[in-house]
Design a protein around this ligand. Structure first.
Ligand SMILES: [Zn+2]
Length: 546
């Protein structure tokens, strides 16, 4: 009898209503999360948010505990909501993520007055987003008040569903990259990075000022009467072995090959070009600081160009604080077109072509335009337009050779994507050459140089794909040079010269017609006095000349 009464007591509507409340809370929170994150992240964030929201399903009799739960669940959910809204605001306003160089440097660089000015300018947009946040807060507060109070039997499906949710949540918290997305951890870490950046800041500004002062004291001059324009294209992760221009079997560089056929000896294709570094930061430092970044008083080629009267541009599809601080900010004009770092924020290199054109149309007499491309930086599939992979549905000689040498299916697949990235890259690079040759005054001197920061291993020397300090593929890069002077005609002998990217500064200086104290003519691959010295690479290279 008593058992009967006991079983009849709970209101069958109660579990149904709490599940409804829980579902509504999840749906409410989903709105700001969806606004601020991409699809994969939405799922991950919701998995992190759910375990505490599920507390609403747990019967809580004590009024104190009930109030505590209300406060905790609300604060917890609002953390996720605020994270989503801030991200959505940054995405909409700057197409940037909070951990992008743009946002982090802005945050590190700001002061009270600037913040006030910023708010004065952007209060309308902020009001809208605050409205979203406020509404979310009100609804969530309402819902959290209706968390379960009395125990009631759960239907079996509900037990299963909630267990599954908790299990997914547990997996989320166990995984480090996943857990890092939790708003509490993410913003704590963000704050740390901003503080660290702020600490570094003064130094780098001082470093740049010092580089400019050193350049001025070297008193560089330009040995040229006419206006001059040089475009320097620095790309990322391009292995020359994958360019048909260099003899690769897949037609990955039809446009550059056509330019070569048209320009013949005027377009120098350095057949044996090497980087001495397998990653971007050290490579760029070497390239722009004449191979001696650790020297006591290193010269920076951008600083020298500026000291000699060049107007300097740095336009980039990278989003990298270090590159921005160490090199880009030495330029007069700095443009970063890709403000969402990481895989989600892919913007194609072609986005830069408008900037290149604009800079070429600028009326300045002497111009150095540096274009920093993503090239074929992993992940390869993000480096070409969707569907533009002609290599993925045929089995060709390259596939066959890879298969014969025992490369796994995933490496062969990456090779196809890598080659598709090169095909798109071919379009961008040849376009920069075409623009350099065609825009601006007819009587001006023009030069163009293209090289990669380092190579890439995509099943060439090992069953791997990616940056590769351990194989020669990590260092094999393309290097092309063009200029419009009559004397610039390079034959096969010049093309066979081995070249190292850490000496590129001397060649860039030559293309800019710079003269200054401290030149090393024997390191300029274009000069008559050029003398090759093999670099000491971390990997054994049989021969630097193929
Ligand atoms: Zn790189």
């Amino acid at each position: 009898m008593s058992r009967h009464v006991h079983a009849a007591r709970p209101d069958p509507a109660v579990p149904g209503r709490t599940f409804l409340v829980f579902g509504a809370a999840v749906a409410t929170l989903l709105l700001p999360v969806v606004l601020g994150h991409d699809a994969r992240r939405i799922a991950q964030l919701m998995a992190l948010a759910l375990p505490l929201l599920a507390w609403l399903l747990w019967p809580v009799r004590s009024p104190t505990l009930h109030r505590l739960r209300l406060a905790l669940v609300w604060l917890w959910a609002m953390g996720f909501a605020m994270d989503g809204v801030v991200r959505a605001y940054l995405l909409e306003t700057y197409r940037a993520a909070p951990d992008s160089a743009l946002v982090q440097s802005a945050a590190a660089n700001t002061n009270g007055r600037e913040t006030a000015e910023y708010l004065a300018m952007h209060w309308r947009a902020m009001l809208v987003w605050s409205g979203v946040l406020l509404a979310t807060g009100l609804v969530l507060g309402r819902l959290a008040r209706h968390g379960a109070r009395a125990a009631a039997p759960w239907p079996r499906w509900a037990v299963a569903a909630v267990s599954l949710l908790l299990l997914i949540g547990a997996i989320g918290y166990a995984s480090k990259p996943w857990r890092r997305l939790h708003p509490l951890l993410f913003w704590a870490h963000w704050n740390q990075s901003v503080q660290a950046l702020r600490a570094d800041w003064a130094d780098l500004q001082a470093e740049r000022d010092a580089a400019l002062a050193r350049a001025r004291s070297a008193a560089p001059t330009v040995t040229l009467e006419t206006p001059a324009t040089m475009v320097l294209v620095i790309t990322d992760s391009i292995n020359r072995d994958n360019m048909s221009l260099y003899g690769y079997d897949r037609a990955t560089t039809p446009m550059l090959a056509a330019r070569k056929a048209q320009l013949k000896d005027q377009l120098l294709v350095l057949r044996n070009a090497w980087s001495v570094d397998a990653s971007t930061l050290p490579s760029l430092r070497n390239m722009l600081k004449f191979g001696a970044p650790e020297a006591e008083k290193p010269q920076h080629v951008l600083a020298l160009a500026r000291a000699a009267g060049y107007k300097v541009w740095w336009m980039s599809n990278h989003d990298d604080v270090a590159i921005e601080q160490q090199h880009a900010r030495l330029a007069d004009v700095v443009e970063f077109v890709n403000r969402v770092p990481g895989r989600a924020g892919a913007s194609l290199d072609g986005e830069l072509l408008d900037c290149v054109q604009e800079a070429l149309e600028d009326p300045a007499q002497r111009k150095l335009i540096v274009v920093h491309l993503m090239g074929a930086h992993p992940h390869y599939s993000l480096r070409f337009p969707e569907g533009a992979n002609p290599f993925d549905d045929t089995f060709d000689g390259v596939d066959e050779a890879l298969e014969k040498s025992g490369r796994s299916a995933w490496v062969r697949h990456f090779r196809e994507e890598y080659d598709a990235a090169l095909l798109y890259h071919d379009f961008v690079v040849s376009k920069t050459l075409q623009l350099t040759r065609s825009i601006g005054r007819k009587d001006q001197y023009r030069a163009w140089m293209y090289l990669s920061d380092h190579g890439q291993e995509v099943g060439h020397g090992s069953d791997n794909a990616g940056h590769s300090p351990q194989t020669a593929s990590g260092y094999r890069i393309p290097t092309l040079v063009w200029r419009n002077t009559a004397s610039a005609s390079w034959g096969a002998a010049a093309e066979a010269r081995p070249f190292r990217a850490d000496w590129a500064g001397w060649t860039i200086a030559d293309l800019l017609h710079l003269r200054w104290a401290g030149e090393h003519a024997e390191r300029n691959v274009l000069g008559v006095d050029y003398r090759w010295q093999a670099p000491a690479l971390p990997v054994q290279v049989e021969s630097f000349v193929d």
